[in-house]
Each structure stands twice: as structure tokens, then as C-alpha cells.
Design a protein around this ligand. Structure first.
Ligand SMILES: [Zn+2]
Length: 337
């Protein structure tokens, strides 16, 4: 699928659309542009057939939507300039739009096509194929052999989505009571509304991932990392047991002595993948008279359909087994530890 998408659109083979747009021959006329996406040598081929009364059809071909629409937009731009009309700036016309690939209804259908999931650079607007709503399955495919193999290391900092190390945030810090108050009211809302924020789907990074089910503003509580708080010694013991049972482990380090184990009792937040360029942070929030909570909070504005990520902040350790990072961010550190 590599060649069949851009960050803005997916290019399904066999896609056809017709656009009524300015003529390249007459200043005040419009004509039909029949657009098609075909395939040649495992690459998409974009065709625009210009249909104008009184003229033979003109067939334009290009390897990208831009390449083919340039052949239309440039002459229109020249024509309008020569006629002293309002200028057209071809650079600002998005050729994916000209093909109709970004129309909401079209996009929704294209995103649901088989194979759309493997368009790595494309930002989904309506979400990937939804696998399940709120899973608690240890291995969602139902078969441990289908799940990605996870490199194990012991000693309370390890494995794919487990043992995320110490996180940011401390409410004793300089915000005072009012901040605590607003945090706790945000948290109350989160407990009833978090299901509207996320959905689970196959991830490009690894295994399953959690995605934004709606546009999310910066600094919003997205989901709580739920699990059982246990001491390091218990975590070590459990890790051995899980390993012997060939389970995927999901543990999150709260502080130097404690870990949240989400392996058997966790919620979907445990599926959030690591990224070196994350859109969320994991914050330990202490509310009055309550145990610490780990809340995943957006650090940027997040678009619906974006995968949620945060930095696991694993300790770097040369001696232990290195865990490769698959986040594909421009600044990727290549290793998670
Ligand atoms: Zn990375």
C-alpha cells in the first residue's frame, strides 16, 4: 500500500469521480473532468479525461494526483492571468481535493476498505477498522501465537507495554488548591466519559493500539491507566508467573516502590503504545484522601483517528536486552531502553 496513499488521502485502484471545473480553453466556462485511479507496475496511475463541448476529449496521465492536475491548473492559471482575472494559485489547490478523495462521505468509505489499515502515513479521519470495544482479553486474537513476540527482561522495568517507568506531574507542585480542584472535577468527568474518547484497533507501531475517537484538545484527560497497585516484590513474582503462562504483561511504574499491574484487571489504556514523539503524557495525579491515579493526558491537540501514544521513559540500560522502538517518529531514538 506504500504507493497508494499520501498523508492526506488513500488512492483506491478503480476509483472514479467527475468534477466540474474551470475550462483550460475559455475564461468563463467550465467543463467536465473525469478522474480515475488505475494501477501500472504496482504503482497508482492517475488519469484525468477532459470533456468539453466542441473539442475532442483530452486524456492527461500522471503518477500522482498533483502531477496530473498540474496539467490542468497551470493552463487555467495562465489563461486567467492573461485575461486579468482573479488569479488562481495552483500551489494552493490540493490535488487530492480535486480528485474528490477528501470529501467526508468518500473518505469514510475508503477508510473502511480492506487493506486501508496498512496505509502507514495516512491520518485516519473516521478511524480504522474497529476491532472491539472494550477488551479485557489478554491476547485479543485469541491465540498467543498470533500476538507479536515481546522481548522480556526482568527487574521491574521491561517489555512492550509494561513497566512504563516513572511519570511526570506532582500535585504538591506549584499549582495550589484550585488546580487540585479542577483536576478532580476533570477526573470525575473522565470516569463517566472516557469511553467517548478512545477506541481500540490494530496499530502501525505494534500489536493493538488505542486511537482518539474524537478530536481532543490539548491538556485533556483522555483515559485512566487502571490496574492493581502492587509492590516491586509482588511485581517481580507476578512477572515470572505471567512469563510462564506466556501472557502479555502490562505494568506501569508509579514510583520507585510500586507498580500498577494491568495484566488481568486493566482497562484499554494499557494498549497505548510508546512513541518518541508522543501526543500524550502519563501523569500521576494525587487526589485528596485517594490513592494516586495514573491519567493519560493529551500534550497536543489530537485529531480523531490519531493513535494515542506517550513516552514510556524506560531507563536506558546498556547491559540488558535492548527493546527496539517501532514508533517511526522523525526523532525516534531507535531503542526504547
Ligand atoms: Zn521511537
Amino acid at each position: 500500500m506504500e504507493a497508494f496513499h499520501s498523508p492526506l488521502a488513500i488512492f483506491p485502484r478503480g476509483f472514479e469521480t467527475t468534477r466540474l471545473y474551470w475550462s483550460t480553453r475559455y475564461t468563463n466556462k467550465r467543463c467536465y473532468y473525469h478522474c480515475q485511479i488505475g494501477e501500472v507496475n504496482v504503482k497508482p496511475e492517475f488519469t484525468v479525461r477532459v470533456v468539453e463541448q466542441g473539442h475532442d476529449d483530452l486524456v492527461l496521465v500522471g503518477g500522482t494526483p498533483k502531477a496530473v492536475w498540474e496539467k490542468v491548473l497551470e493552463p487555467i492559471s495562465r489563461l486567467r492571468k492573461d485575461a486579468n482575472m482573479l488569479r488562481l494559485f495552483p500551489d494552493y489547490v490540493r490535488s487530492e481535493d480535486m480528485f474528490g478523495l477528501t470529501v467526508s462521505a468518500v473518505r469514510r468509505i475508503i477508510e473502511s476498505l480492506p487493506g486501508a489499515d496498512s496505509c502507514h502515513n495516512y491520518t485516519f479521519r473516521f478511524g480504522r477498522h474497529l476491532l472491539m470495544e472494550l477488551p479485557l482479553a489478554i491476547n485479543p486474537s485469541g491465540c498467543a501465537r498470533c500476538e507479536p513476540r515481546v522481548p522480556f527482561t526482568l527487574n521491574t522495568t521491561s517489555t512492550s507495554k509494561s513497566f512504563q517507568s516513572t511519570v511526570t506531574g506532582d500535585l504538591n507542585a506549584p499549582y495550589g488548591k484550585q488546580f487540585v480542584h479542577s483536576k478532580s472535577s476533570q477526573y470525575r468527568r473522565l470516569r463517566s466519559e472516557w469511553k467517548n474518547n478512545v477506541y481500540l484497533a490494530r496499530s502501525d507501531i505494534q500489536g493493538l493500539g488505542l486511537y482518539a475517537a474524537r478530536d481532543i484538545e490539548k491538556h485533556t484527560m483522555v483515559i485512566e491507566y487502571i490496574g492493581t497497585i502492587i509492590r516491586n516484590e509482588v511485581a517481580d513474582r507476578r512477572e515470572k508467573v505471567y512469563k510462564a503462562q506466556n501472557r502479555g504483561m502490562y505494568m506501569f511504574r508509579v514510583d520507585s516502590g510500586h507498580v500498577i499491574d494491568a495484566t488481568l484487571t486493566g482497562g484499554p489504556a494499557r494498549y497505548i503504545n510508546h512513541s518518541c514523539l508522543p501526543n500524550c503524557v502519563a501523569e500521576v495525579v494525587n487526589f485528596d484522601k485517594e490513592r494516586s491515579k495514573i491519567i493519560i493526558i493529551s500534550s497536543h491537540k489530537i485529531q480523531k483517528g490519531e493513535e494515542l501514544t506517550y513516552d514510556y521513559k524506560f531507563d536506558s540500560d546498556q547491559d540488558r536486552h535492548k527493546i527496539p522502538c517501532l514508533c517511526r517518529a522523525q526523532n525516534c531514538r531507535k531503542w526504547m531502553n
